[in-house]
Design a protein around this ligand. Structure first.
Ligand code: FES
Length: 176
């Protein structure tokens, strides 16, 4: 939260009829005082979110970002509580995730956990990837702030839906 104490050099009498009638109504006069000293840093109220370095690394340098034209499985997932969205593509070769790509319109927590989700899923068999949970991803990231833990669902839910899409295309799996 920014300190809003930096206000124009506005005196109580500046907007009175006397002042206006005297012709002193140039807005520039409001800012004509001496510049104020450095803005004071104000500690924001409420909880702060501390991301560890690994999470920050996955947020600032997310792995496996992109799209795929010839995917074997695809998912578009949204989080209704915040409006964030996630697209994820997988390519399966010999029963394993040979390639995985994602694009996320999401918060730092969603991007970092989705990035880690793709790293963990790559190379896994379809059955192994189905077992991946949001808790696994958070553990691999060595934790994320409690308020952001729901964000880890975006990536893992997209992965599970892409796996279901793959199985549907193979003529198996559930039909959701
Ligand atoms: S706040 Fe929406 S996924 Fe993080």
């Amino acid at each position: 939260m920014r300190n809003m104490s930096k206000e124009p050099n506005l005196k109580d009498s500046d907007c009175t009829g006397d002042r206006m009638s005297a012709g002193v109504n140039d807005w520039k006069e409001l800012y004509s005082g001496e510049p104020e000293a450095e803005e004071e840093f104000v500690i924001p109220e409420g909880p702060l979110l501390f991301y560890n370095e690994l999470v920050i690394d996955h947020f600032t340098n997310p792995r496996n970002v992109g799209e795929m034209d010839d995917a074997d499985g695809y998912a578009l997932i949204g989080d209704p509580s915040c409006g964030d969205q996630m697209k994820l593509w997988i390519k399966i070769r010999e029963g394993r995730i040979a390639e995985i790509k994602f694009k996320s319109f999401g918060c730092p927590g969603a991007i970092a956990t989705s990035s880690m989700c793709t790293v963990m899923a790559a190379g896994k068999t379809v059955e192994e990837a189905k077992q991946l949970t949001d808790d696994d991803i958070i553990a691999e990231l060595e934790g994320i702030p409690e308020q952001k833990q729901h964000c880890s669902l975006l990536g893992v839910n997209a992965l599970q839906e892409a796996l279901r899409d793959y199985e549907r295309k193979q003529g198996g799996g559930d039909s959701r």
